[in-house]
Design a protein around this ligand. Structure first.
Ligand SMILES: [Zn+2]
Length: 438
């Protein structure tokens, strides 16, 4: 049985139960006795909770207060309840699901779907939903009032209805607690296999291999008996891991040479303080085009006053202006969106991704490798715009940051003034590993 059918069945069962509970309450009362109907209603949510149905009890001003309660009154209360409680439906996204399909199956209106997609233009979170993520729908009197997308334990996007003006959205990010874990291992077979044996995840092993790919060929250069040390920070909410992690430092002894990478102010450096990652450029277009709108997470809609964060930087470019990749990467999407227009997303390694909106023409395909400075598209005026421009976004671990000011690998070496601080960070990393050995 599909999840939705199960949910529907659950809801139906629940209301049958609720009604019978109310009937039982009445049956237990002496006939003709005055009943505090508020008390009877208050007993309801407990039953509901047990059935995993979450209902918020609104202030209920029962007209029946002080009257003699009969079966028909109770039945009408139950009917009222069914109408006036917000219903919550948890939907776990399945492979092959589309948002439109989910709305249709749940019987939710196309109007609310479009209102949500319109505000989602500012984050495009619903454009990249993945199987396993959860959507929590709250419906009140047949209308969708709230939608929550749970990307991870630490990252949610919440869309809330503000009546006729459509929806507002809010990104909820929990800092949680980052805990450090050190690992020491020996190469016995493949790096991924040896890293897994030492306690690292496959994702972390892949991250290391991609980070150091210019320094060492993991399949050709690595030898049995080589050793490695890794320091990982993992995010926790309470005792649960969110799935977000950060490789802080890695050091590999490959025969007689040492290859290492240390995270410092958002960039990986080697032991000597030289940047390991290919640097980014700040701007995706020539410097002659001015910024027409800056990154602003607190922007308000001029008419409705609703929060409409501007998660990117706009450049005043006429249609047909060459758009350049700001860093090396792989094209992860080329999409035509109702509001974002034709847009391209590039995955720049495992930490960063970049987006280019309102394009007139894409010059790359999904899956294609691109180099920093490569012409990837022509700017345009597609989707919802007030004029031709390029909207450019930089994301750090899935969250938009100000591309013009963020700590990104721009420098090729540690600044002379920061050498001492960098040395100190390095010795802290080494101390964490030494602790593990003793
Ligand atoms: Zn913009």
């Amino acid at each position: 049985m599909s999840l939705i059918k199960k949910n529907k069945l659950k809801l139906a069962l629940m209301w049958v139960l609720l009604t019978s509970v109310l009937l039982v309450i009445v049956a237990l009362l002496p006939v003709g006795d005055k009943v505090d109907s508020k008390a009877a209603i208050k007993a309801v949510p407990k039953v509901a909770t047990a059935l995993t149905y979450e209902a918020e009890l609104p202030l209920y001003d029962a007209n029946t207060q002080g009257e003699t309660v009969t079966e028909s009154t109770v039945a009408s209360i139950a009917k009222e309840l069914a109408k006036s409680y917000p219903k919550t439906i948890n939907y776990v996204i399945q492979k092959g699901d589309t948002l439109g399909g989910i709305f249709e199956t749940l019987g939710l209106s196309q109007t609310s779907l479009y209102q949500i997609l319109e505000v989602d233009l500012n984050v495009l979170a619903l454009d990249s939903i993945k199987p396993g993520q959860t959507l929590i729908f709250t419906e009140f009197e047949g209308l969708l009032t709230r939608l929550e997308l749970q990307i991870s334990l630490a990252h949610q996007v919440v869309y809330t209805s503000s009546g006729d003006n459509g929806f507002e959205f809010e990104q909820v990010t929990l800092e949680g607690e980052w805990r450090e874990h050190s690992y020491i291992g020996k190469v016995e077979y493949s790096f991924a296999g040896s890293a897994k044996k030492a306690g690292l995840s496959l994702y972390e092993a892949q991250f290391i291999a991609s980070l150091l790919k210019d320094k060492i060929n993991f399949s050709r250069d690595l030898r049995i008996g080589d050793t490695f040390k890794v320091l990982v920070s993992r995010q926790y909410i309470g005792e649960e891991r969110t799935g977000e992690n950060r490789i802080e430092a890695v050091s590999i002894n490959n025969r007689s040479r040492n290859i290492s990478a240390y995270l410092y102010e958002g960039t990986y450096y080697d032991e000597a303080g030289l940047s390991i990652e290919r640097a980014f450029v700040r701007r995706p277009v020539s410097s002659k085009y001015r910024i027409s709108s800056s990154f602003n997470p607190r922007r308000l809609h001029p008419v409705t006053g609703l929060l409409r964060p501007h998660n990117g930087t706009d450049f005043a470019t006429p249609i047909g202006t060459p758009v350049l990749a700001t860093g090396d990467g792989v094209v992860s999407r080329v999409i035509n969106h109702k509001y974002a227009g034709l847009y391209i997303e590039i995955s720049n390694g495992q930490t960063y991704s970049t987006r280019f909106l309102h394009l007139s023409k894409a010059l790359v395909k999904k899956g294609q490798r691109v180099k920093r400075g490569q012409k990837i598209a022509l700017s345009g005026n597609t989707g919802r715009t007030t004029g031709a421009h390029l909207h450019y976004e930089l994301h750090l671990r899935g969250r938009a940051v100000n591309a013009m000011t963020a700590d990104i690998p721009i420098a090729t070496a540690i600044d002379k003034k920061k050498q001492a601080a960098f040395k100190l960070a390095l010795s802290n990393y080494h101390a964490a590993w030494d602790e593990l050995k003793s």
